[in-house]
Design a protein around this ligand. Sequence first.
Ligand code: GLP
Length: 261
Amino acid sequence: MEIIIAKDAEQAAAVVADRFEEVLHARGEDGAVLGLATGSSPVLTYRELISRHREQGLSFAHARAFLLDEYIGLSADHEQSYHRFIRDTFTGHVDIPDELVLSPDGEAPDPRAEAVRYDASIGEAGGVDIQILGIGANGHIGFNEPTSSFGSRTRVKTLTEQTVRDNARFFSSSDEVPIHVLTQGLETIREARRIVLIATGEGKARAVRDMVEGPVSAACPASILQMHPAVTVVVDESAARDLTHADYYRFIQSQKDRLDS
Ligand code: GLP
């Protein structure tokens, strides 16, 4: 794992945006397949990408995107649906074709069949080139809560009480947070060719430590990323607080900066 400790959330977002930009350029007119996430963690990255689009002409015209997850029971245009969130905060402000921004259908009459269809559609598009991830306070990625199988694919999941509480801030009350979701599985996420996880704030410090330095265990679903060959974890100082080897990660980074300059 590559661990980058940024001085603050803005710098962390710029690092992640750089990675997206590299992939967009590398794929060019072949069209990058972007894996997008919701939650507050990627918002500054999306803002940075929007401003690069507006000010430097960074184009998403050949790209397509897949979302990680969706609440079951919310319509695509519901204010709190992830489908709506990603358009409002990111894709609606750049030149990616809207019909190529795909998410699981939270209103599908048969959610299990929808999960299988959605999972297959990612493979049919050639797989994800770069996946951005946040992390839940309990170590979840997407909505793969603790004890999710490392072999899981897109499926229906039930949220933990903690996740319902954490996500209640986006709803008027926790009673309104759906408890069932469709989420890409851990195996599905692991198939992305590159993964960039962003975590900021001390509320994520413990999950970051368990993910990076803890045992690979379903108790911390994000720890599966230790098995992926191209993962970058970008954290700010607060989220890095509990990392035992923080000085080593800083040392590696300073050596890379020297090689690059
Ligand atoms: C939700 C999403 C995750 C996200 C997590 C953390 O559960 N399904 O993809 O990483 O929230 O959210 P935040 O970034 O707001 O802390």
